[in-house]
Each structure stands twice: as structure tokens, then as C-alpha cells.
Design a protein around this ligand. Sequence first.
Ligand code: GDP
Ligand code: IMO
Ligand code: MG
Length: 419
Amino acid sequence: MKVDVLLGLQWGDEGKGKVVDVLTPRYDVIARFQGGPNAGHTLEFNNQKHILHNIPSGIFREDTLNIITNGVVLDPIVFRREIEALEAMDMDPTENLWISKKAHLILPTHRILDAASEAAKGKSKIGSTLKGIGPTYMDKTGRNGLRVGDIDLRFRSKYEALKAKHRQLLKLYDFEYTLEEEEKFFEGIEVIRKFRRVDTEYELNRMLKENKSILAEGAQGTLLDIDFGSYPFVTSSNTICAGACTGMGLAPSSIGEVYGIFKAYCTRVGSGPFPTELTGEEGNMLRDIGKEFGSTTGRPRRCGWLDLVAMKYSIMLNGVTRLIMTKTDVLDSFDTIRVATAYSVNGELTDRVPYDLEAAVEPVYTDLPGWKTDLTGVRSKEQFPQQLTDYIQFLEKELEVSIAFVGVGPDREQIIESR
Ligand code: GDP
Ligand code: IMO
Ligand code: MG
């Protein structure tokens, strides 16, 4: 068997949580391979909304094993909160959730460093979720980090040493802080102890040999990738498909389908360039209809038209084999739907994402007629209005990848397998 990967092609929040939940019955294992509680993955079923931050989105389906792999950075405080929310639903996640010993831990001082660093940046701040992601990955690559496996190995002294290092660093900033979350951190560590902590790379490779089906769940999106995103306005991990290999300990040859998920339009939360951003009435309409407020921070998301220049870049970087388009219903009332098909940079047309996205990048649009139909009750592709079928065909021709699923609402049921 191969591992299928599902990841975001835009700036995150494409609807990964919902679609992983929908696809979970087809898989034995769901594995989160990078990022941490900066992610907010929303699932809706039985008129209830659930938001996951650290935990893979397969957790609500029985008989599925969920794995937090080595590429993830795990916050014990957030993790505990998520576990308690599941327990309140009479679930016992200790049964079907494993954690990699090699996943790095987010300490309270990582979060403080994140906040201090952002505050010091002033107007040029990244717009981080302030969950401690950057400082934790910095400690990982700087070879200072604490890992889940350390909690059985003189943990307190390692913790104190790293905390002392962080406190030294914090002296560089004019930033007031308290360490009141420390107690909660250690309570969270006790919750982690209840879970199977394993070398998930061995387990995942074993499962592949045993023909188990595995879906790798990405967090954030390709345009937030540390190498290829709109640097420095990015997150601190490789969000692209290659990140699934390093994030899980799987060989590139073990990757099967790559599901690339995108919204029928585009959003971004936090700072950084966004060529197709709509700052006027249409942007507000997308935000209101699409309920575009961050799942993790509640911040309003910036909204704009679908950007095929960026999408082609993302498809190339990830080797996407199947596309998934979400939030199609949000465009139901638009007369005209615009899609950026090229950029004009200093008067020259290009279909490439330029190094400096903050320069004068003007999107060149193709306009398509809207379908002006309520899609939220549509359950088969035969019910698609002609304009939607045309829109899908236009995108497939431009992107050279077929659209396998179309989302028409937030609920588990509101998705159509179109191919
Ligand atoms: P993720 O981070 O990629 O999992 O996405 P988020 O959960 O942060 O944001 C996606 C939002 O869109 C959530 O509120 C979902 O419930 C919602 N959503 C997902 N798919 C659809 C869809 O097809 N239509 C609508 N209207 N909402 C959707
Ligand atoms: P999901 O998995 C959208 C953004 C932040 C900020 C930048 C860096 O739900 O799609 P960080 O906290 O990583 O230091 O923030 O990345 N960001 C996200 N935006 N969805 C996410 O995750 C995000 N995770 C981080 O807003 O601009
Ligand atoms: Mg999200």
C-alpha cells in the first residue's frame, strides 16, 4: 500500500479537517505530519461543530487509528483541553490515538518567546497565531528541543535547562511575562503519559507492509511553507508533500495519491502578500457568507478571488494527483466569479509566482458567470447547475488535475464526489 496525503494548496483553512473526516472511513490510519496548535481543523456533524488543533481529524470515526507523528509540535496544555473535550463526548481517545516519541513539545516559554518576538517586530509582524510554533521549531533545528520521548527521561531537569535558556533569551526583549502556565503544562504532560508513545516511523512502515491504508493530514497550506511560501510571512514547517515524508519517516516512494484542497476563492489570516485580496464590498461578502473567521484565533480572515498562478505553483510543489474544491456554496450569490490566471509584474505578464510578491503584482482575471443557485442541498454532480460544471471544467483545464470532490457546506454530508 501507499500513503495518501491531503494538504492545503492556499494559505490554510481550506477545509482539511472536514474532508479528512469525510475520507476517514476509507482509511485504517490518519496521521498528522507537521504543524501544531496553530492549526484549527473544523468538523461538523449532527449539528455540532468540533475544532481540532493537535489531534488528527479521524478521531471521531470508530475503528480508525490516529497518529501524531514526529513532524508535529505538540502543546500539552492544548492537547489536554482537546482530550477533555473528547472525553466529555464519552469518547476514550487513549484507545485510538498514538503519539510519536519524536514529536517536539511546546513549552510555555516557547509561547512567550513567540509573543515577545512578534511584539518586537511591530508593524512587520508575521501575524503568528502565537502558539509558540516558530520558537519550538527553532529549538528543534537548533538541537535544543524537548521531545515527547523525553518525558520518561529526567524530564524535569531538561525542562528547567531549556526554560533557563529561554529566560536568558527573553531578556533581549522588553516584554513582561509570567510563568503561571507552568503547572498546567505539567498536568498536560501527565495526560500525554496516558497515551501510547511510540516510534511512529516504525509503526507506519510496518502498517504499510501489512497493507493498511494511511491518510496523512497536513496543516496550514502550501503558501505558508517555510521554503516556498510567502517568506517571511509563513509558518515554520514544510507544509508541502515532502514534509509528509520527513514528518512521518516514510520514503518518497511510499506516497500514493496527493489530495490538494482549495477553497473556490482564497483567504489568508495574518500578515503578508495576497495578490487577489478584495478589500471592499466583495471581500466583506466573502467573509460574511463564508464565515471567514479564524478557527484558532477568531481573527477575521482576509478574502479574495481564486488565484490560479499560486494554485499551479502549489500543485507543482506537491505533485497533486486529485483536487478537492471546498466552500463552493459561498459563491452561490455572485453574478460573476473572477479567477486570476496570470500576474502582471511591472507591466510584464507571467504565470509564475515572483520572488518578491510584495512588489507591484497585479492579477489578470478571467471572469466566469456565477450559477446563482443554492448549492447547500445539492448531493450529486447531476444536480450541478451548468455554470458550476463549466467553472469546474475551466479549473480542471487550467490546472491539469481533476477535481475529485466539491464541498457545498460545512457538514459532513455536504460534499459531492465529482469524479
Ligand atoms: P482547515 O484548517 O483546513 O481544516 O479549515 P478550517 O476548519 O480552519 O476552516 C474551514 C471552514 O470552512 C470551517 O468553518 C468549515 O466548517 C467550513 N467548511 C468546510 N468546507 C466547507 C464547504 O464546502 N462550504 C462551507 N460553507 N463551509 C465549509
Ligand atoms: P490550518 O491548519 C491559516 C498562519 C498565521 C500566520 C502564519 C504564521 O488551520 O489551515 P504561526 O502560528 O505558524 O507562527 O503563524 O501562518 N497560520 C495559519 N493560517 N490556517 C492555519 O492552519 C495556520 N497556521 C498558521 O496566521 O500568518
Ligand atoms: Mg484552520
